[in-house]
Design a protein around this ligand. Structure first.
Ligand SMILES: [Zn+2]
Length: 93
């Protein structure tokens, strides 16, 4: 394909290209996410939920609080239960 042809395609995208680009945008959120425990390294692939924030750490729900690195100075820690099959999401903000 020449540059001219490519430019022409960009100017007048065929329907299939417009459609496939629209799909890609709609699916921008990753379908699978790798969850990894900060303490023991247990890992699991999960489908991210819309309400999941960007977690600072993830840990298995049975680890003790003091096994997880402490929040940096001035940050407030929130924990979110029920991530994947056994994770707690930790959010320092
Ligand atoms: Zn763990």
């Amino acid at each position: 394909m020449t540059d001219e042809e490519l430019a022409e395609l960009e100017q007048n995208p065929p329907a299939w290209l417009t459609q496939s680009r629209a799909n890609r945008t709609a699916n921008a959120r990753p379908v699978w996410m790798q969850l990894t425990c900060i303490v023991c390294g247990f890992t699991e692939a999960a489908r991210p939920k819309k309400w999941w924030p960007e977690f600072t750490y993830l840990s298995c729900d049975f680890h003790d609080y003091d096994e997880v690195p402490a929040p940096r100075d001035g940050l407030r820690r929130q924990e979110v239960d029920g991530i994947g099959s056994r994770f707690v999401g930790i959010l320092d903000s």
